[in-house]
Design a protein around this ligand. Structure first.
Ligand code: G1P
Length: 302
């Protein structure tokens, strides 16, 4: 049995240009799905999966993330003075312990591999680490990362969460060159970052959850640029294949691509429908819009 990862890296340095102007002065990771920022979903998933140390690789303009995970004495006092117990609990329960969280800046946006590499001095060199991309939001009974860790302790090596995507979308993902499948695990003999549909070795795509063997950091040390001129995490992992096994895990759950507008809006609908306090209202609202869409009426006219 391998030791499960205790540390998770959250690359949160990206510019979020797809959500401008919303992200002009606010990190894209702070965009809320219902009433919780994307980054908090990722942190809660990691916590629920047994992660004890949280490293955020941030950048310019990202201090709202640090503030979000910090105590807000003024707010807590005000909530408690007004007897707002549920709200108080909501801001207290999300707090990480002192010393459990570290922030480091990626000074230049040189790619996901570079962002992860920026955390190299903050991790233990002999333990696996998890990486979570907050853009990929997963709704699941059992946290996606937990499902991966349960598989990882038996197979070791490197692992990513994977799902099939339409072939015309392979140029948005890291794609597996598959050698074999066993249950939910798919072994790969190679990985290609964002291949054109006609060149993609499969349609099995990496979504933003990884468990990395320390040898990946040795590869990242080479600082070699790949697809799009960026230092790619996919390439560094690919170079360890042969020495370390690589497995994709087809996780149970639904993934929302919150890096694009339609995916983000869908996540808001799905998470609202999953909430007892919102389901009824949302169902009525959606029903109204669905009816208007079908009949070509203007839903806002009603
Ligand atoms: C990154 C990775 C890619 C992966 C994707 C998952 O791409 O480079 O391999 O499939 O995340 O969301 P990005 O979305 O940052 O362009």
């Amino acid at each position: 049995m391998r030791r499960p990862p205790r540390t998770a890296i959250f690359p949160v340095g990206g510019l979020g240009t797809r959500f401008l102007p919303a992200t002009k002065a606010m990190p894209k990771e702070m965009l809320p799905v219902v009433d919780k920022p994307l980054i908090q979903y990722a942190v809660e998933e990691a916590r629920a999966s047994g992660i004890e140390e949280f490293i955020f690789v941030t950048g310019r303009g990202k201090t709202a993330i640090e503030d979000h995970f910090d105590h807000g004495a003024e707010l807590s006092n005000a909530l408690s003075a007004r007897g707002k117990e549920a709200e108080l609990r909501a801001v207290q329960d999300m707090m990480l312990e002192p010393g459990q969280v570290a922030y480091i800046r990626q000074q230049e946006p040189l790619g996901l591999g570079h962002a992860v590499w920026c955390a190299r001095r903050l991790i233990r060199g002999d333990e696996a680490v998890a990486v979570l991309l907050a853009d990929d939001l997963v709704m699941a009974k059992e946290p996606c990362l937990k499902q991966m860790i349960d598989a990882y302790v038996t197979v070791g090596g490197n692992m990513a969460a994977v799902m099939d995507v339409p072939r015309e979308e392979t140029n948005r993902y890291g794609i597996l060159d598959v050698v074999g499948e066993e249950g939910k695990l798919t072994a790969a003999k190679g990985l290609v970052e964002k291949p054109a549909p006609e060149a993609a070795p499969s349609t099995l795509s990496i979504i933003g959850r990884y468990i990395l063997d320390p040898s990946v950091f040795v590869e990242l040390d080479r600082q070699e640029a790949g697809a799009g001129g960026e230092i790619q995490l996919t390439d560094a992992i690919a170079r360890t294949i042969g020495r370390e096994p690589f497995h994709g895990l087809r996780f149970d759950g639904r993934r929302f691509d919150c890096g694009n507008k339609a995916g983000f809006l869908e996540a808001n609908i799905a998470f609202a429908l999953a909430r007892d306090d919102l389901r009824e209202d949302m169902t009525a609202i959606l029903g109204r819009y669905a009816k208007a869409c079908q009949s070509g009426e203007d839903a806002l006219a009603k």
